[in-house]
Design a protein around this ligand. Structure first.
Ligand SMILES: [Zn+2]
Length: 402
């Protein structure tokens, strides 16, 4: 048993007024007290400057993708041994950046499931191969639904997944898939959501199109990924839909957190299909598109939508494994108070991933998933970029200043 006594602390919900002493026994937190709390004689205590907080959660990663362009597609043809190597290296990158839990929303051959609780590596909440239509978005990962959609969900449940991911629209990573249209009918999505819930699993839907998002929300999806709201006449979503999403408590993950300095690596000019799409959406280039996404964050907040932090990490050089702290900074830039932005990557994210009884807060009985950053996080969210120590279920991981 030992204790960390920190000058500043965020407990997953709020900043504690006078720092915290966190007592750790093996993998668990066994006490959270004030900084001046009298500890039992003989208990080793480490005094730390900076801010202690729960380890971060990235709600949308692809551990089998190595952050190169088309890396996810390449995973479709890799051997299991090679996939496992990429998964391991992805998890290490997350750990170094202070991420202690990831929700993987698309692997191949269910490889991520065996990495769920590896000592010293982030916990994995795994979806397995995402369910998609024949030749639909990310079909190369092996999740094409060829028969009864509910049976496909049940088959995933038999494999032991923690969450079901369904592609409700096309996507940028799959040429020929329709980003503006719907994959699966509304009634198919409803039967998939019902099958997932009957198996005790949440269902989250990838939706770039407005029609796909609307179908998934009405089908009872627990979460919407991307939520880009693309339609043939541009990017548009009505207040009524946002109010509906807020009322239902659907978790929305815009998958931001790009390292925008690396957008320069986007091939120029874009492939004709992408250029045509951008033109149709009324934006000049990807950077401009990204700006509209950041502005959307503020609009979601004004409607009281439950926003969680995810990156779609692994999908591109600008979507590194470990980028989730950037989404917190983006939320603050968009007007979210710092505690609210931090919740989206800690306590709220843990709830969305179904692991709130294990992580996401500084609280006795939860796992000792801890992140220490330099400085006072309540004043400067940018210090998230410089983790100085990381503990994953009580085990220290290497920190890197990326
Ligand atoms: Zn994804």
């Amino acid at each position: 048993m030992h204790a960390l006594r920190a000058e500043h602390a965020f407990d997953g919900e709020r900043f504690l007024p006078d720092g915290a002493t966190v007592v750790i026994d093996g993998e668990r937190i066994v006490g959270v007290e004030g900084r001046r709390h009298d500890l039992p004689a003989g208990l080793p205590v480490t005094d730390v400057g900076g801010t202690l907080l729960p380890g971060l959660i990235d709600c949308h990663t692809h551990l089998v993708a190595d952050t190169s362009i088309s890396g996810l597609e390449r995973a479709g043809t890799m051997s299991k041994e090679d996939l496992d190597q990429v998964i391991l290296s992805s998890l290490r990158s997350h750990a170094q950046a202070g991420v202690t839990t990831v929700r993987d929303l698309g692997d191949r051959a269910y490889r991520t499931l065996s990495f769920r609780d590896r000592p010293g590596l982030p916990r994995v909440v795994a979806a397995g191969p995402p369910l998609t239509t024949p030749a639909g978005h990310c079909h190369f990962l092996g999740g094409e639904v060829l028969g009864d959609p509910a049976a496909a969900v049940q088959d995933h449940a038999v494999h032991g997944v923690d969450v079901v991911k369904v592609m409700a629209s096309g996507g940028f990573a799959t040429p020929g898939s329709d980003q503006l249209g719907a994959q699966f009918t509304a009634s198919d999505l409803r039967s998939m959501a019902d099958a997932a819930h009957a198996a005790g699993l949440p269902l989250v839907a990838h939706a770039h199109s407005l029609v796909g998002a609307r179908n998934a929300i009405e089908a009872g999806a627990d979460g919407i990924e991307h939520f880009s709201c693309l339609a043939s006449d541009g990017i548009a979503v009505g207040d009524d839909l946002l109010d509906d999403v807020a009322r239902r408590g659907t978790a929305v993950d815009l998958t931001l957190g790009d390292d925008r300095s690396l957008h320069a690596l986007i091939p120029a000019p874009p492939p004709p299909a992408v250029a045509a799409l951008l033109d149709r959406l009324g934006v000049a280039n990807f950077d401009e598109f990204y700006e509209t996404r950041l502005a959307f964050l503020a609009r979601l907040r004004s409607h009281g939508v439950r926003v969680i932090a995810g990156v779609d990490s692994g999908m591109a050089p600008w979507k590194r494994h470990g980028n989730v702290w950037r989404t917190v900074v983006e939320q603050v830039d968009a007007g979210y108070p710092i505690p609210e932005a931090l919740r989206s990557a800690t306590s709220l994210a843990a709830e969305a991933c179904g692991v709130q009884h294990r992580t996401g807060r500084l609280k006795a009985s939860l796992d000792a998933d801890l992140l220490l950053v330099d400085g006072d996080l309540s004043r400067d969210v940018g210090v998230l970029a410089t983790p100085s120590a990381i503990f994953i279920r009580g085990t220290a991981a290497d920190a890197s200043h990326s």
